[in-house]
Design a protein around this ligand. Structure first.
Ligand code: 4EH
Length: 233
């Protein structure tokens, strides 16, 4: 069983259109879709926005629905200046930029007995890179930082860039990274850029959410094709 998750309905819809939905299960104030894509068994859901919702959904996908991998698709704000609206990025690792226990001498993002960075699965990242190469699509790799804030300020963005060496910002990846690390499940994070995370980001976000969500969703489907092909060979 492969778990596929997004944060927002707009991010999940273009994926649901490409799979064969077999069952819809309402659970814990959310809807989970059991589906097939070719030979692959899938469970899909959008968590709703933010780290707590994302952690809850990731946990349920794994513990209740038996997901053996978690693939995330959605949009993100750009940090690196070479990332333009519509560009794709995969995370090497994710972190939580809003965790602050620095008064106790810990580095930003660190929680005792946990860690700052949660690594994404190398095999899944290699599949993504193969797909990008085959299709001639530009795909960046970098750190993705999460927090329960929509970033729309150059100052905050630059602090996150400097502190975590992050390339993009969103509101869920650090939470899913923490859950999948805790439960020992491979994690893949894909995002398409919707805005610059600076002043005016809210307007760009509204304009490009749908388009960038589709770009990410279509790439994820291409990855499922690659996974099916690898299984058969
Ligand atoms: O799930 C949240 C969405 C924005 S909040 C995180 N997603 C989109 C990624 C993202 C993001 N995160 C932080 C894209 N750009 C970002 C940015 N900062 N600049 C939202 C959106 N619409 C309505 C209500 N909430």
């Amino acid at each position: 069983m492969i778990g596929i998750m997004c944060a927002m309905r707009e991010e999940l819809e273009p994926i649901l259109e490409k799979v064969k939905i077999e069952k819809e299960i309402d659970y814990a104030r959310n809807r989970y879709y059991i589906a097939k894509y070719k030979d692959l068994d899938l469970v899909l859901a959008y968590s709703k926005i933010g780290k707590v919702n994302a952690a809850t959904t990731a946990t349920i996908l794994i513990e209740k629905f038996g997901a053996k991998k978690i693939l995330f698709s959605g949009v993100a704000g750009a940090i690196d200046s070479d990332l333009k609206i519509g560009d794709l990025i995969i995370a090497t690792k994710t972190c939580q930029h809003d965790v602050d226990l620095t008064v106790f001498g810990y580095e930003p993002g660190f929680i005792p007995e946990s860690k700052v960075f949660f690594e994404c699965d190398e095999k899944l990242n290699n599949i993504a890179k193969n797909v990008a190469k085959k299709l001639g699509i530009k795909l960046k790799e970098g750190i993705i930082a999460s927090g329960d804030q929509f970033i729309h300020s150059k100052e905050r963005k630059e602090w996150i860039a400097k502190t975590f060496k992050a390339s993009a910002i969103e509101m869920e990846g650090g939470a899913v990274g923490c859950v999948t690390w805790t439960l020992g499940v491979p994690f893949f994070m894909l995002r398409s850029i919707s805005d610059s995370a600076e002043e005016g980001a809210g307007v760009d976000f509204d304009e490009f959410l749908e388009e960038s969500s589709k770009i990410s969703a279509e790439f994820l489907i291409e990855m499922l094709n690659e996974i099916v092909n690898e299984k058969m060979s």
